[in-house]
Design a protein around this ligand. Structure first.
Ligand code: UD1
Length: 422
């Protein structure tokens, strides 16, 4: 296993090119299973999660080629079973379920593994597929979905206790693309990644309208064809570098970003005093505030503040003067970074799903344990601002979602090095 040594205190200056979105790439790669024709997906980030998805497509019978961000998939035949040893490695592998049932009328997929960020059920995915007429059985760690007479369009409410579901909306949208008749998804997730998936489906010949809003209408078609698509910029990677800029940026430029997808984050950072400016349609410039202020926000489904940016903000507020209050409403248990930040000298107290952060003058480097993808990013950010060296163990978590994070940080002046653990 590898770890990242982060030597704190450097100022960041230069340009970072943001990769294509991981969370868009995963369902879009899964959607290639909906056609026997060739699909070309561009700007797919080279990450362990996208590698797992490519492997899953391969074991399901697709021919997959991958070179410098381009993935070419031809799924002439698709097997009805997704293997446990791959599926368990990544929660997002559940998004092969919708395309498999849509195309084959059946699917057997193991219950997925993934990030340890609390209980992550898939009841809404299954409720959606059932509404389309599928029979769902969960047995022995597997989900079996069968629709021997095909799927039928239906009106479905996808809203759950914690709001909408991103991958669940994608799964039902993909299955409904080939269902008989019209499907209306109410309470749909409005995340940009859902809209990106719909754009790819429409390029394949699907008839999806309203993706990116709470109501999506899908007119089922008989078959889908091959298509080319470029995935949107990764708004969470971009957001993580924005926070790096707010923590330690002298003059940091982020390229290949879509600022419209990051409105809530940019607002909160600006309210905290950090100057962020657009530079043309696809670039953002950020500097650390001279007198940063604490702030208060709650995570929410899009267009609210992204839960995937909550941990990084806790790292920022750990050394921001004043009291900051961060509430998690999407994954209430997603605070594994808090004890680690406190080990570095932060003063964060939890009250249920709210972190109350009293900004301290400085953090001190320490060995810390990455527990999940975004928590690991938070620890790296904290290390940039800390005195001394922070040793972020279990780096594989960060490699799931950040393409070449150490190279990208080094190029803008951070002192980070990858090393073997223990
Ligand atoms: C996606 C993102 C993840 C992000 C999350 C929320 C990918 C690959 N991952 O995950 O990075 O943190 O959206 O923006 O795109 N829920 C249920 N039942 C379900 C499904 C979800 O109760 O069937 C709950 C979850 O436990 C959570 C909330 O709904 O509390 C939102 O989860 P969801 O949007 O489904 O997350 P993912 O799509 O898995």
């Amino acid at each position: 296993m590898e770890k990242l040594l982060v030597h704190g205190g450097s100022r960041l200056k230069g340009t970072v090119t943001i990769s294509g979105s991981k969370n868009s790439s995963l369902p879009i790669l899964a959607a290639t299973l909906l056609t026997r024709e060739q699909c070309v997906i561009r700007r797919v980030p080279d990450l362990s999660d996208t590698n797992y998805m490519v492997q899953i497509l391969g074991t399901l019978g697709a021919e997959v080629e991958r070179a410098s961000g381009r993935v070419i998939v031809a799924a002439e035949k698709v097997a009805p079973e997704a293997p446990y040893d791959l599926v368990r490695k990544m929660r997002a592998s559940v998004c092969v379920l919708g395309p498999m049932v849509g195309r084959l009328g059946e699917a057997l997929v193991s219950l997925p593994g993934g990030c340890v960020i609390g209980d992550r059920p898939i009841d809404l995915h299954l409720r959606g597929l059932e509404a389309l007429g599928a029979e769902v059985e969960v047995k022995g760690g597997d989900i079996s979905v069968r629709a021997p007479d095909g799927l039928r369009g239906a009106e479905i409410n996808m809203r759950g206790k914690f709001g909408s579901t991103v991958l669940g909306t994608g799964n039902v949208m993909m299955a409904a693309a080939l269902a008989d008749g019209q499907t209306v998804i109410e309470g749909a997730a409005a995340e940009p990644e859902v809209a990106d998936l719909a754009q790819f489906l429409n390029a394949m010949g699907a008839r999806v309208e309203g993706a990116g809003t709470r109501t999506i209408v899908i007119e089922g078609v008989d078959s889908l064809g091959g298509a080319e698509h470029e995935v949107i910029p990764d708004r969470i990677e971009a957001g993580t570098f924005l926070v790096a800029g707010a923590l330690a940026g002298d003059d940091l430029l982020l390229e290949n970003v879509c600022a419209d997808h990051m409105g809530a984050l940019i607002d909160v950072l600006r309210e905290s005093g950090h100057p962020i400016e657009g530079r043309g349609p696809q670039a953002l410039h950020v500097r650390a505030a001279t007198s940063p202020r604490g702030n208060e926000f709650a995570t929410e489904p899009y267009p609210g503040f992204a839960t995937d940016m909550q941990a990084q903000m806790c790292a920022l507020y750990a050394t921001t003067p004043g009291i900051s209050v961060v509430t998690e409403t999407v994954f209430p248990q997603r605070f594994m970074h808090v004890p680690e930040l406190n080990r570095m000298g932060a003063n964060i107290r939890m009250e249920d799903a709210t972190a109350i952060i009293k900004g301290v003058d400085s953090l001190s480097g320490a060995p810390v344990m990455a527990s999940d993808l975004r928590a690991s990013a938070a620890l790296v950010l904290a290390g940039l601002a800390a005195e001394g060296t922070t040793e972020v163990n279990r780096l594989y978590h960060i490699d799931r979602g950040y393409e070449n994070i150490d190279d990208k940080l080094r190029r803008v002046g951070a002192k980070v090095e990858r090393a073997k653990e223990g």
